[in-house]
Design a protein around this ligand. Sequence first.
Ligand SMILES: NC(=O)C1=CN([C@@H]2O[C@H](COP(=O)(O)OP(=O)(O)OC[C@H]3O[C@@H](n4cnc5c(N)ncnc54)[C@H](OP(=O)(O)O)[C@@H]3O)[C@@H](O)[C@H]2O)C=CC1
Ligand SMILES: CC(=O)C(=O)O
Ligand SMILES: [Mg+2]
Length: 646
Amino acid sequence: MISLHRSCFLNNTGISGSSSPLSYKLKKLPPASVKVTALGPNKDRNSSVLIENSSPLKETKEDDTSSVADAGPNSTVAGEDTEVSYDDAATTDDQLVTPWSLSVASGYTLLRDPHHNKGLAFNEKERDAYYLRGLLPPTVISQDLQVKKMMHSIRKYQVPLQKYMAMMDLQELNERLFYKLLINNVEELLPVVYTPTVGQACQKYGSIFRRPQGLFISLKEKGQIREVLRNWPQRNIQVIVVTDGERILGLGDLGCQGMGIPIGKLSLYTALGGVRPSACLPVTIDVGTNNEKLLNDEFYIGLRQKRATGQEYAELMHEFMTAVKQTYGEKVLIQFEDFANHNAFDLLAKYSTTHLVFNDDIQGTASVVLAGLVAALKVVGGTLADHRFLFLGAGEAGTGIAELIALEISKQTNMPLKEARKKISLVDSKGLIVKSRIESLQHFKKPWAHNHEPIKNLVDAVNGIKPTVLIGTSGVGRTFTKEVVEAMAALNEKPIIFSLSNPTSQSECTAEEAYTWSQGRAIFASGSPFDPVEYKGRVFVPGQANNAYIFPGLGLGLIMSGAIRVHDDMLLAASEALAAQVTQENFDKGLIYPPFRNIRKISAHIAADVAAKAYELGLATRQPRPHNLVKYAENCMYNPAYQSYR
Ligand SMILES: NC(=O)C1=CN([C@@H]2O[C@H](COP(=O)(O)OP(=O)(O)OC[C@H]3O[C@@H](n4cnc5c(N)ncnc54)[C@H](OP(=O)(O)O)[C@@H]3O)[C@@H](O)[C@H]2O)C=CC1
Ligand SMILES: CC(=O)C(=O)O
Ligand SMILES: [Mg+2]
């Protein structure tokens, strides 16, 4: 009896260094009593086919002439006088069949394996060695030419969602080409695989869903989450991005269709931060949805029930968090993403002492915004403590940013944190957060309830508080009206205005509005990208204040140092590292963030500073500490160039 190992490829085993997609082959099958049996996936995960024979078959090296890749579900696995035929057409609906498959990476299978497929870039030698002759047209082209060709076809699509789908198809066809494309064209493709287009993709995810790109863990899987994790083909997981889909960007509850977000975020972990794709696991927890439209949509792919809450919710999340640690160990990084705030703060508080976790919307966003502010001070002058901050939106992003600003002010000035918080005011859907509202406020808003008379609307709050910085984290589009921006411009020579809500439709104002209404004086950044704006003969390039600048580098820093916990000082370190990357040339264009085209270099610096902080705090387990952390970060980064197969 012998089993063929399905997981014998580079990255499938988690063992790198092999440059052959084909590690095992069989000698020709002996004539008698050959039986091919399928195994259910949970019986032996490493086996696709079990072949019983009176004389055991030997495993041999690649120079052997026969390959089991010749066999497939519809083919005949033949000895000289024995045939076992598998013919799908012969089965009917009421006959039970087992969905077995061979996954030896050669021939047709190799072309279907996104981790190893190179398409027309397979060279002549590889085409011979891996049974590709005839399966490809004769031309051999370079990866660079493939990139050029793909960009050419993606640019032809007018509809952003079509571009998104073309990118997702590519990711599932040829992973290295996907990442090469994304890295080489990051400024053009970021809005395709990430905000704003990923928002549309989530809204339509039920219709566009094709193949699993991450794990769906629903209430149906309660009690079996460890087994579900084992169904994922990769074992050596380093980062998980998990959502429950309740607050997807500023689009609200998209239930199970929120899966587009973890997938998009993790593709940035690889493209922007260099974490290898096989180490990334997107997860969506499905506890139902309160979105009536989805519940009534025949194409909805999630659980058709109202959201579970309370103990039922907490138990599922706890089982997930426990299973993750048991399966992948202490050092797996879990990024909470796009949870609604009534769960987000509690989950973070509960698991930050036992797991390597952070909440991107609360902490990653805070870090990126603080970096933008620190950079903006070089243009407007003064220290953080000299400024007054007003937020529209007092949820995860708003209070998360506010707290990190206060922490930094407190560090810089030795002012008590409580005092530092007084420089920051927040407005929620009910108006300015003030002391008289304290009883009815959610716990994360309470620290921001200052002594002030109640104010209902934003313009009055601007005129009453007289902020130098206005930050939008409301998730509601066009709330920075002309009146609001003009009020900021009347109060400040250079008003700092950030419209952070995503996607573009939810941005508090557009770049054009910010520059026009402030007569070209605003220092502006937005969560989703806007094109440059020409105002009175001058071109303004708006920056993108998005946590995508932070989480890939932060994650890499945590992974490469073997950190076991996330600490606020790491977020401050990430923020400082990002701010330090803004050049005079960027400032001259009105930018307070460096361009995304340099993101891998930026991420290496962020990773290095985060790792340095982890060592300093005694939270790093990788010893000895690398001497040059920036170089080490760069060397750790995944390179999407094709590997040569022997
Ligand atoms: N650029 C970036 O990197 C990031 C951007 N974001 C974006 O920020 C937005 C908010 O996210 P998040 O903080 O997590 O969401 P939350 O739901 O936690 O918070 C939203 C806040 O906005 C308030 N709000 C809603 N409507 C109004 C209104 N009309 N006027 C005033 N306040 C209002 C809510 O008030 P109430 O509490 O009274 O309901 C709440 O305080 C989203 O669009 C998200 O995409 C988030 C993370 C990162
Ligand atoms: C960018 C991001 O994380 C958000 O909008 O939720
Ligand atoms: Mg988010």
